[in-house]
Ligand binder design. Structure first.
Ligand code: TYD
Ligand code: MG
Length: 382
């Protein structure tokens, strides 16, 4: 079942599977209720929207703001799972939304509302109903900054997919799956929150790039990153400073810090910068987390640039994996990375000599064997 929201459908693996239970978590205020109301309306189906936090009047006001007040969505303010199930039996919706699981109360799970037991039991009953009627359900769950609320965690294993709604530094919202029985977990759905609700960003290639007037500072390298099914152009930023207390440390929460440490070690071994006496900071502009191994070459260039104080030319992008021996290895989707970079004005592209077996080859790029050769090409030094 399509939610009418392409970005959400894609993260789900091609729409909402019938009879599936999907949890969507995120911090309060991120836009979960907005997304769910837009999806409820966008599905074009008969939907029951159960609101445990806001009054139907508040939700209706949001619907008017979003311009979806004519959709076939019935609002019900209810927290008691017994009464929710009775309403489901009566209305027989084609999709239903529980906003939020933290408000669920089941008389059969003890007296205290809001306990983990209540949430688990309530979700269990509702998932049961969804399965039996082959109707999909969305569960909204609040998660605090440190992700510590026990409730949603307790539900994660019961549902078919777990989506998280997050916010980037430049105020973009992204939805990504941390578990998905129906599709890849690498897909990222991108939105901007505007006066008329969440607006999809369907061509995200350039949204994370930092626009600069004037020259490039040292420590920055452009990287076409393969996330899910798409290429995003990101900017990797590195900074090196003398290690405090004599022990070298890596501070990187957007790229695996072990990967950063390994690449610094390869640079030190094959080119010479003494990273072992430095603290290394790595960031990805815009706030995306990057798991793609194809960023190893641009990451190495950003590190070398930070260390040497020499900027990477602003028209240069790169992609490739780096082996411990200092050799460059092909990254997946090399041709698409090359094209995405070229489309955004990166006229130079450095990568390994070959593409992956079976993949199309770009017309032209700077074929490079090793990290030493790449550093020579980019910085003109030994
Ligand atoms: P909301 O969906 O209520 O967040 P959640 O359910 O995750 O707590 O909305 C989050 C914020 O978005 C809210 O502070 C107001 C803002 N907003 C807009 O900017 N435009 C809109 O059209 C809507 C509906 C909300
Ligand atoms: Mg809400």
């Amino acid at each position: 079942m399509s939610t009418g929201i392409g970005e959400l459908d894609r993260v789900l693996g091609g729409g909402m599977p019938l009879g599936a239970a999907v949890m969507i978590g995120g911090e309060p205020g991120i836009g979960k209720s907005t997304l769910m109301l837009q999806a409820a309306a966008g599905s074009g189906r008969r939907v029951l929207y159960i609101t445990g936090e806001e009054s139907p009047a508040q939700v209706a006001m949001r619907a008017r703001r979003l311009g979806v007040e004519k959709a076939h969505v019935t609002l019900l303010a209810e927290t008691d799972t017994g009464r929710i199930t009775a309403a489901l039996d009566k209305i027989l919706p084609e999709l239903f939304v529980i906003d939020s699981v933290q408000t669920l109360f089941s008389a059969e799970a003890g007296d205290v509302p809001g306990t983990v037991n209540q949430i688990k039991y309530g979700c269990y009953e509702l998932i049961d109903w969804a399965r039996a009627h082959n109707v999909p359900v969305f569960f909204v769950a609040h998660v605090t900054k440190d992700g510590s609320i026990a409730g949603p965690k307790a539900v994660e294993h019961m549902v078919d997919a777990v989506l998280y709604f997050e916010q980037s530094e430049n105020d973009l919202r992204f939805v990504r799956a941390s578990k998905n029985r129906f599709g890849a977990v690498e897909e990222v759905g991108l939105f901007a929150m505007q006066a008329e609700g969440l607006v999809e960003i369907t061509d995200p290639t350039a949204v994370f790039l930092v626009r600069r007037s004037g020259g490039m500072p040292a420590g920055i390298a452009a990287a076409p990153v393969y996330e899910g099914s798409r290429i995003l152009m990101l900017e990797l930023q590195a900074l090196t400073v003398p290690a405090k207390g004599g022990v070298s440390r890596v501070f990187a929460d957007r790229v695996d810090s072990r990967r950063v440490a390994r690449i610094a070690a390869v640079l030190e071994k094959h080119i010479g910068p003494a990273f072992s006496s430095l603290d290394i900071y790595v960031n990805v502009a815009g706030g995306m987390r990057v798991a793609d191994v194809g960023v190893e070459l641009p990451l190495a260039l950003a590190l070398y640039s930070a260390y040497s104080g020499r900027p990477v030319p602003s028209n240069l992008a790169s992609a490739g994996e780096l082996s411990l021996t200092g050799e460059l290895r092909p990254a997946a989707q090399f041709d698409r990375r090359r094209k995405a970079a070229a489309a955004l004005g990166y006229s130079r592209f450095i990568g390994p000599k070959q593409v992956r077996q079976g993949e199309p080859s770009p017309e032209d790029w700077e074929k490079t064997e090793s990290i030493s050769e790449a550093v020579r090409r980019v910085f003109g030094t030994e």
